[in-house]
Design a protein around this ligand. Sequence first.
Ligand code: ADP
Length: 416
Amino acid sequence: MHNQVNVSKDVEQLRKILDQKRKHLEAIFDAVPIGMLLVDEDLIVRRVNDTIRQMVHKDYSEIINLRVGNALGCVNSTVDEQGCGYSPACQSCPMVKAVKSAFESQQPIRRVEFRPTLRANSEEITPWLSLCVVPTEIYGQKHVVVAIDDITARKETEEKLKETTEMKSQFISTVSHELRTPLTSIKEGVAIVLDGVAGEINEKQKHFLDLANRNINRLATLINNVLDFQKLDAGKMKLNLQENDVRQVAEEIHETMTLPAKNKGLELSLELDENLPKVTFDRDRIIQVLTNLVSNAIKFTPQAGQVRLSFQQQNDELVIRVSDTGMGIPKEELPKIFERFYRVQWPGKEIKGTGLGLAIVKKIAILHGGRIEVESELDHGSTFSMFLPLIDGHPLQVLPEENDELLESHLADNKN
Ligand code: ADP
C-alpha cells in the first residue's frame, strides 16, 4: 500500500517534469523569429509556430492539417484539387523538392532560397524565403522540421547594392572616357606649342608649358588607372595571351626606365637567368605591371640608391622581382598597400600618387593565374615579387570566362 502511494507520487512527479519540459519547448518553438513547420511524410503540416502564422497572415486553423503549400497559401497549390505537390508547377518547386529529398535521404537540406507567390488576405505576396529541412522521427513516424526565414529585406538590399554598383561603375567609365578625349587634344595642343611649331617660345613660356605637360600626363595616368581598375573590378578585362620572349620584355622595361631612374640619381640594374623559357602572357599588361613596380621603386628611393630588376625561373614559376634600397614600408601597412586608394602616410613628405597602381598590379597578376608578394624593411628598402605559373614552360592559360570567376573569388576573399 505504502509502496503504491510512492510509485504514483513518482509518476505524478515525472508527469509534472515532462509537462514543464513540453511547455519550455513550446515557448522556445513559438518565440524563435523563424517560421517552423512540422511536416509528415504525406506533406501534411502537423504543427506550426507563431512566426509562420505572421509570415503568411493566417490563423492556426488555416495552416494545420493541410499540405505544406496549401498551408503557406502557395498559388500553385490550388491548381489541382489534390493541392500542393500536384500542379505542374509543383514539379519544380524548391520547397516540395527539398522536403521530399530530406525524407528520402534522411539528411538535412540547408539554405534553399526561393520566391513563391503566396495568397495572403486575398492579396498576392512574393516573399524571398530561405528553407532548412531537417528530418526527425516522432513515435516511429518520419517527419521533417521545415524552418523558413523571410529574407526579402536582405534580397532587396542585395539587389539595390548590385544596381548601385553597376550604376557607379557605368558612371565612372563614362566620365573617365569623356575626360580622356578632351585631354588628348589638350596634350596635343601643348605639345605643338612646346615644340615651337606654332611660333617661337621663350624660356618662361617653356617652363609653364612643361609644368602643364607634366600635369596632363599625371591626369592621363589617373584616368587610365581608374578605367583599368574599373574594368578589372567588374571582371571585364580580357587578356591578350601570347607567347613572349622574357629577355626581350625585360630589356625593354630596363631601357624605358633607365632614364627616369638616372634623372633621380638612381642606378637601375637588370639580372636575367640564362635560359628563360618563352612565356605566355599579355605583354602590354605585364609591361604595365613592371612599369608600375619600377616607377614606385624609383619614387620611394632617395637619391644615390639602387633599383634591381630580376627575372628567374623557380621550379614551375617565373619570378620577377623589383627591389629597391628606398624608404621601405612599415610592417603593419604591408597588407593594406594592395587595397585601392591606399597610400602610406609620411607626415612632412609629399609623394604624389593615386594609390591605384598596386591594386591594378595585384589583379593583373591574379588574372594571369599568378600572385604578388612584398617584403620590406623600413629605411632599407622593399622587394616586390610577381610569380607567374609555368606549366611545361607556359603559364596557366586563364580563359576569359575563368578570369571573371577568378577575380570574383579573389574579391570575395578580400572582403572577408
Ligand atoms: P601610388 O604609388 O600611386 O601611391 P600604389 O598603389 O602604387 O600607389 O602604392 C600604394 C602605396 O604603397 C604607396 O603610396 C606607398 O606608400 C607604398 N609603396 C609602393 N611601392 C613602394 C616602394 N617601392 N617603396 C615604399 N613604399 C611603396
